[in-house]
Design a protein around this ligand. Structure first.
Ligand code: UDX
Length: 458
């Protein structure tokens, strides 16, 4: 099939690459010329393990290409619309960033819908529009389809169909997730729409469960999934804080809890909280949308509150182990929101850094992925000269009083206690914010070890 995708972000590009890998002809459009050029030269514009090779191969085989949307170029704009019109299915994969009050910003969704409407104006054949962006229930029908109808003078169900097809990709293992998802959720406007999308997925492993539901239900499944996963994490974090007080290790507790088939062990790892482009934004968005309907959402509010306080736990542990933090040399290992990505959105490194600066520490940050460091710099609006960025792990931890592990890159997991002992100052304090080390081994080496939810923090 011929597929067009609007948005060269992680979702759009990885989804596009997966469909192209299944033999479809895919064009991925964006308003950002640099992203389009990078894609057309076979290089993904962001870091995702394995994506380089996949994209390079698909671009050279002519199955995947980038398409630039000029802002106001009378000659090239019609070519852009034609490229979309010439495909059978268009996926909307643009961002829905949060407004300051937590609600969704629909600016990009609206622009993409208007583009699709304009492109479909001169199309005689049926076209399917699929929303993959995370949007609150009702947005596909009330916003996207309405705008497409207005700008194309076509009618939904008659001239074009629509589906919601939420994605559940995890950054860092997005390719495996796109090629072999654990379920395919198809929210259909009508039977024909769902059947066309099902056809696109017909090459995917037949063992993958396919669920056909209404559009609003599919939109809600995404929010409910992410809210439950975020709830599991905040639950594990609250349990961690409780366990510490009772001299119990939360990791051992969660192992026992996760063995219950009704619960399962996933997303029960306590730590400095969840970040990323989905959990914080999605929980805030569905909470805000529910509130606007006059509903109270105390559970989701608590999930967010626990997550705001959790990174500060790492600083409290540092203080309890090292005393007054003023003028202490502290290093944060890991700036991206999780390993194997350069994405720093909602990274817990930021609240940790701000708290350390407030306490008067001298802070060094390090991430194995240089793009994560650059992205982090952009996040931090204050004068960055007050934070030092190291170029290697050794440089990062050398002469530090305290090291805080913020995420779990393999490079950090491999570090021997001896390295901390040799490079750090006297009485080195290690705050393991993601429980990547065996506490006993570090204690034996003479390191003052603390970890979220560990039984001997007190
Ligand atoms: C998430 C969802 O998993 C995915 O389905 C959705 O499509 C997008 O959002 P992602 O943000 O890529 O994916 O990362 P994920 O691995 O889910 O982790 C999110 C955050 O939760 C990270 O900050 C991670 O460190 C944290 N986390 C995860 C925990 O603190 N504990 C856990 O047990 C699991």
């Amino acid at each position: 099939m011929k597929v067009s995708i609007i948005g060269i972000g992680p979702v759009g590009l990885v989804t596009g690459a997966a469909f192209a890998e299944h033999g479809n002809n895919v064009v991925v459009a964006d308003i950002d010329k640099e992203r389009v050029n990078a894609l057309n030269s076979g290089k993904p514009p962001f870091y995702e393990p394995g994506l380089d090779n996949l994209v390079k191969g698909l671009v050279s085989r002519g199955l995947l290409r980038g398409l630039f949307k000029p802002s106001n170029d009378s000659e090239n704009l019609p070519l852009y619309y034609k490229s979309i019109r010439d495909t059978d299915i268009t996926f909307i994969c643009v961002g829905t960033p949060p407004n300051p009050d937590g609600s969704m910003n629909l600016e990009y969704i609206k622009k993409a819908s208007i583009d699709i409407g304009t492109a479909l104006k001169d199309k005689k054949e049926y076209h399917l529009v699929v929303s993959k962006s995370t949007i609150v229930p009702g947005t596909t029908e009330d916003v996207i389809l309405k705008l497409i109808e207005e700008h194309s003078s076509k009618k939904r169900e008659i001239d074009f169909g629509a589906c919601s097809n939420p994605e559940f990709l995890l950054q860092g293992s997005a390719i495996a997730g796109a090629l072999n998802p654990d379920r395919i959720v198809i929210g259909e406007l009508d039977k024909k729409s769902g059947d066309v999308l099902m056809e696109l997925y017909s090459d995917f492993d037949e063992k993958i469960p396919r669920l056909k539901v209404g559009i609003k239900t599919a939109e809600m499944i995404k929010y409910a999934s992410n809210s439950l996963l975020a709830t599991k994490i905040s639950f594990a974090n609250e349990m961690a804080n409780i366990c510490e007080r009772f001299g119990v290790d939360v990791y051992e507790v969660m192992e026992g809890v996760g063995l219950d088939y009704r619960i399962n062990p996933g997303f029960l790892r306590a730590g400095v909280g969840f970040g990323g482009s989905c959990f914080p934004k999605d929980v805030k968005a569905i909470a805000s949308a529910s509130r606007s309907k006059g509903l109270k959402v105390p559970l989701l509010d608590s999930v967010l509150l626990i997550n705001e306080e959790q990174p500060l736990r790492a600083v409290e542990l540092a203080e309890s182990a090292a005393g007054d933090l003023k003028d202490k040399d502290v290093c944060i290992l890991g700036l991206s929101f999780k390993p194997d990505t350069d994405d720093v959105r909602e990274t817990r490194a930021l609240p940790i850094l701000m708290k350390l600066l407030e306490k008067g520490c001298k802070v060094t940050g390090y991430d194995p992925e240089p793009k994560a460091v650059n992205n982090f710099r952009k996040l931090f609006h204050q004068d960055f000269s007050i934070v030092n960025f190291a170029r290697s792990i050794e440089e990062a931890i050398k002469d530090k009083d305290i090291v805080i592990i913020q995420n779990e890159w393999e490079d950090f997991k491999k570090l021997e206690p001896r390295i901390f002992k040799t490079l750090m100052k006297k009485n080195p304090v290690l705050i393991d914010g993601r429980r990547i080390y065996d506490p006993e081994i570090f204690l034996k080496e003479g390191i003052i070890y603390r970890s979220i939810g560990w039984k001997r923090n007190f």
